[in-house]
Design a protein around this ligand. Structure first.
Ligand code: HEM
Ligand code: HEM
Length: 220
């Protein structure tokens, strides 16, 4: 590995901000959402209002999550090359090659880690799927919310779904997708740490400070 390292500003502030706002929101939404589906703390008196608070916190986090996702999507149009849709959606032959190289690495069929300055093509594809799941959680969440919240915002953001899908199906998939996102998060943190130790490019720190340390093996 080359000893020469170049410092590259990969993740701009909006990318880092929305990443961490999403993390805090997802953790909050998962704990409160799990409680809504399976109330594991029992109130002794009605003054405790536990379910009420859980739902309230779920909805506050939901609005913060919506704002954060909108900012990240906007940034995919105006941000740097590493933040744009083109870096997330594999569309060049180089990206497809990189994608299969990464899959081979993760399947222990190759020893070559998927070096990249921004997201690897494989990570980009996975993040697009995660973004689609974010959208699903928002639409299905607001569909459920529209039952008690008769505002235009709930109607537009998801209320219309109740005319397309059975309510319990929406609720089931709203719940199940939580587990998919949490399973992704566990794998994501492990892979980030593993790649950091293999590639030595500061990837873990980069989502805090924005900078990565390019080794010369990356593709642009
Ligand atoms: C609920 C937990 C998490 C979720 C759902 C999540 C999701 C994501 C998503 C969607 C991206 C793409 C960012 C973008 O382009 O906007 C990303 C990037 C990243 N995340 Fe997370 N993240 C989580 C937690 C963490 C944690 C705890 C760490 C490490 C401390 C971390 C490290 C990173 C790094 C280093 C990147 C950028 C590098 C890359 O392209 O892989 N994430 N994450
Ligand atoms: C990552 C994001 C989210 C996660 C992980 C999540 C998780 C959950 C879970 C597990 C439940 C319980 C479902 C059940 O009854 O079994 C739930 C309920 C609910 N969620 Fe979410 N949620 C998310 C986002 C949202 C959003 C954006 C909204 C929008 C307002 C929302 C609104 C609701 C509503 C209205 C309920 C039903 C409340 C009730 O029946 O009293 N959620 N959520």
């Amino acid at each position: 590995m080359s000893a020469e390292r170049k410092r590259v500003y990969a993740w701009e502030f909006p990318v880092r901000l929305t990443h961490w706002v999403n993390v805090v929101c997802i953790l909050t939404l998962s704990v409160t959402g799990y409680y809504i589906g399976n109330p594991f703390i029992h109130a002794i008196s009605s003054r405790e209002y536990i379910m009420g608070w859980m739902r309230f916190v779920h909805f506050v986090a939901a609005y913060a999550f919506v704002c954060s996702v909108i900012i990240r999507f906007y940034w995919a149009f105006v941000g740097n090359r590493y933040a744009r849709w083109g870096a997330l959606i594999p569309h060049t032959s180089r990206q497809w090659k990189d994608l299969f190289g990464a899959i081979k690495f993760y399947l222990f069929l190759s020893r070559k880690p998927p070096y990249a300055v921004g997201h690897t093509a494989f990570a980009g594809l996975v993040y697009i799927i995660i973004f689609i799941l974010y959208i699903w959680q928002i639409i299905s969440g607001f569909a459920l919310y529209s039952l008690s919240d008769h505002t235009w915002a709930s109607g537009i953001l998801g209320g219309w779904l109740t005319g397309v899908m059975h309510l319990q199906t929406i609720r089931l998939y709203h719940h199940l997708v939580m587990y998919v996102i949490l399973a992704f998060a566990i794998a994501h943190i492990y892979i980030g740490w593993y790649l950091d130790s293999k590639e030595r490019n500061g990837i873990m720190g980069s989502i805090f400070g924005g900078y990565k340390f390019v080794t010369g093996k990356e593709w642009e």
